[in-house]
Design a protein around this ligand. Sequence first.
Ligand SMILES: O=C[C@H](O)[C@H](O)COP(=O)(O)O
Ligand SMILES: C=C(OP(=O)(O)O)C(=O)O
Length: 474
Amino acid sequence: MAVVSMCGTAAGRPTGTPYAGHVTVNADSSISDPTWNTWRDLPAAQQPDYPDPAALRAVLKELEGYPPLVFAGEADQLRQRLGAVARGEAFLLQGGDCAEAFDQITAEQIRAKLKTLLQMSAVLTYAAAVPVVKVGRIAGQYSKPRSRPDETRDGVTLPSYRGDSVNGADFTAAARVPDPERLRRMYHSSAATLNLVRGFTTGGYADLRQVHAWNQDFVRNSASGQRYEALAREIDNALNFMKACGADPAEFHSVEFYASHEALLLDYETALSRVDSRTGTLYDVSAHMVWIGERTRQLDGAHIEFASRIRNPVGIKLGPGTTPEEALSYIERLDPEREPGRLTFITRYGADRIRDLLPGLVEKVTASGAQVAWVCDPMHGNTFEAASGHKTRRFDDVLDEVKGFFEVHRSLGTHPGGIHVELTGDDVTECVGGGDEIFVDDLHQRYETACDPRLNRSQSLDLAFLVAEMYRAQ
Ligand SMILES: O=C[C@H](O)[C@H](O)COP(=O)(O)O
Ligand SMILES: C=C(OP(=O)(O)O)C(=O)O
């Protein structure tokens, strides 16, 4: 950071300028303050129906007084990094769980996720020779939009699970009641996760000299681990060479790593928004970057209105139904200044549709003069239900969508800016395929996701190697 190199942000500031991380605690802007609450007049999709509004208000009031989880200056720094992505000078790697879960906040789990992202980033940086902007779906990814409000099992129908920030995954009537206390837990869980991530990323663990250590538990029994090990040896040689030449820059010893999640629960996001005293503008200090999902991106809806009010870099998920005109309207609403890095379009069309649908969108946006970052989410358009009932994805489809993404950008001369993937550092069996192949019959073995299927570590590394090849060929 600034999760990252928080210390870097503060230490390097010129004398006399306010600390980049400074935010005014938003004491006056109660949750009914009209200045920042224009979204409340608009339809808000996918919000929980809390049975006790007074309990909700009490929790939100308390959250409004809590310290920010990230600083405005860190969000600005990420916006600059994403500006480089939009200009074609860097590549975004955004990944993490589909849904974080309160009972999975352990040092081991967080380290495994981070390790996977660091390994993928090392592969991309070295093999594709491109700076990689690293953003986790982490420390706040607790809320899930759902296709259906209810779920039926064996003739019993209950409200859908909407993420640990809303209700419980257990299939009981009691667990499925939305509970505002979970918002408080979301804040504390995010804080605990961020704290550890900050420690890992700046405390030596992310030092490039650790490229082998990230792989230690993995190399022996995995083809992708062995391939990674060979690359790590090359990186080592390069580092030794540079050191012998007298170059050992600080960038090799810690990484910038940012946190992001879907801004789904607008009450929570608003309670975690603060006015930045440097600029008088509003930042959502629950994450460096937030995105608006495919199910909540209505132009006249509350989520887009909320996103238009905050200064953070913002992503929008765009599914196959997106028209070029809609895309231009998002630019008008969210990026009127045409600031590279402010807006990221995360397309999630599905492998079978990306080659047909993406070109029209990219052409129109490019012709408008806007410079958005184009990012491919190859997960959400490629989900299907296996005969066993498990929701899954084929690694080959994921790969094919990324290939289509690169093909389209190559043919238009635009920049394929990054990937957005659901992954975990654990050895789960949720997506089929990959070098260490998972078969449909294996899915039940370690199917642990709280919502959608994630790539495991080996599949994630496979993907990184293949994306690096595509990028180099580009
Ligand atoms: O992660 C994304 C969505 O929340 C998820 O795909 C919705 O899943 P559903 O279609 O099972 O509701
Ligand atoms: C819900 C998600 O995706 P989408 O909005 O693209 O369906 C997600 O990324 O968690």
